[in-house]
Design a protein around this ligand. Structure first.
Ligand SMILES: Nc1ncnc2c1ncn2[C@@H]1O[C@H](COP(=O)(O)OP(=O)(O)OP(=O)(O)O)[C@@H](O)[C@H]1O
Ligand SMILES: [Mg+2]
Length: 318
């Protein structure tokens, strides 16, 4: 492969044996770029989620974590690839057919305040999803879920989102998701917009909720410490691709991919080894590499691993 650089290839270990509730194959998400061209947000990622496990998705801003999460939910459908929930394909369905196939998968988002309809009251926000389905929702059930997420039903019942704190709004979002009796919960940076003091409370709530309602969870975040604590396995992403999937308890000792190691060093820019690097293809000096941002569209072009422009182990293959 003359003229290209490549990193080591990294295996993707399987999780512990168990039932796979979700299987994602060769997921591709692309957007039209401003001024023409294509944004390659997610470029053919494959992974699975086992029953009862939490899979963390870790990576820096713009690497495609939310695009992947939304594509799994079909919000919108991916450009290509397969998403199977309990062996039922979701890609290619829309409307009522999709909603019924996806009913047991719910998602909560980074900004809980703006993900709630500002005009609705808490009592309606929690019931909303189930009512769309034409299900009868009792007041008792709404109260039970509010209590389960640590809210006092009487004091929040008639309130609207702007009358609640960020943490309370996230609790409402979790109650809304639980109303539909989910099996899989996708959490997209559920604590990153919250005060540090509230983050731990919401993380504890998510862990308790997972146990109590026997959920399987995908937990998206860019904070390694948060992901490591809450996850059974961690999938590390870089520029739309998977670097590696590794059990959380093996992360510190057994990470294989240089990008994962860089994340572990926590001050990434300062810790690239001084290895000799052939940089012909990227046109920058070794010293500039760690700080140079390679936009996804640019990185997607050409051959070799996407990590190569920042990789101290990249070599030209002769
Ligand atoms: N609707 C869209 N239209 C065009 N480009 C998009 C769209 N949504 C995401 N992108 C681009 O796709 C890439 C991946 O974005 P995404 O939001 O999935 O990343 P992320 O890992 O979730 O980042 P963050 O940690 O900042 O939330 C980015 O380059 C982003 O600008
Ligand atoms: Mg995101």
């Amino acid at each position: 492969m003359s003229g290209t650089l490549a990193t080591q290839s990294v295996g993707v270990p399987d999780g512990a044996a168990g039932d796979r509730v979700l299987e994602v194959d060769d997921l591709v998400v692309e957007f039209p770029a401003k001024g023409g061209g294509t944004v390659h947000a997610v470029s053919g990622i494959s992974f699975h989620l086992e029953e009862g496990e939490t899979l963390g998705i870790l990576g820096e801003s713009g690497c495609g974590k939310s695009s992947a999460g939304r594509a799994i939910m079909q919000l919108p459908s991916p450009t290509s690839g397969s998403v199977r929930l309990n062996d039922v394909e979701l890609v290619g369905h829309s409307g009522r057919s999709l909603r019924s196939k996806r009913a047991r998968m719910q998602m909560i988002f980074q900004d809980p305040v703006s993900s709630l309809n500002p005009r609705r009251k808490v009592k309606d926000l929690v019931a909303e999803g189930a009512r769309i389905w034409g299900r009868k929702v009792t007041e008792e059930r709404v109260r039970e879920l509010l209590l389960a997420v640590g809210l006092d039903p009487d004091s929040v019942w008639e309130r609207r989102p702007h009358e609640l704190s960020g943490g309370q709004c996230q609790r409402v979002c979790i109650a809304r998701a639980l109303m539909l009796d989910p099996q899989v919960l996708i959490c997209d940076e559920p604590v990153s917009s919250l005060d540090v003091s509230v983050q731990a409370q919401i993380l504890n709530l998510l862990e308790d909720t997972k146990e109590r309602y026997r959920l399987s969870m995908i937990f998206i975040a860019h904070d390694l410490a948060v992901v490591k604590n809450i996850s059974d396995r961690i999938m590390v992403m870089y520029l739309g691709r998977v670097c590696e999937v590794i059990p959380a308890d093996r992360l510190a000792e057994h990470a294989l991919h240089p990008y994962t190691k860089l994340l572990l060093e926590s001050v990434p820019e300062a810790h690239l080894p001084d290895a000799e690097l052939d940089v012909d293809d990227v046109g920058v000096t070794n010293a500039e590499l760690p700080r140079r941002w390679i936009p996804p569209a640019a990185a997607a072009s050409g051959l070799g691993a996407r990590w190569r422009p920042r990789c101290a182990r990249a070599r030209r293959r002769r």
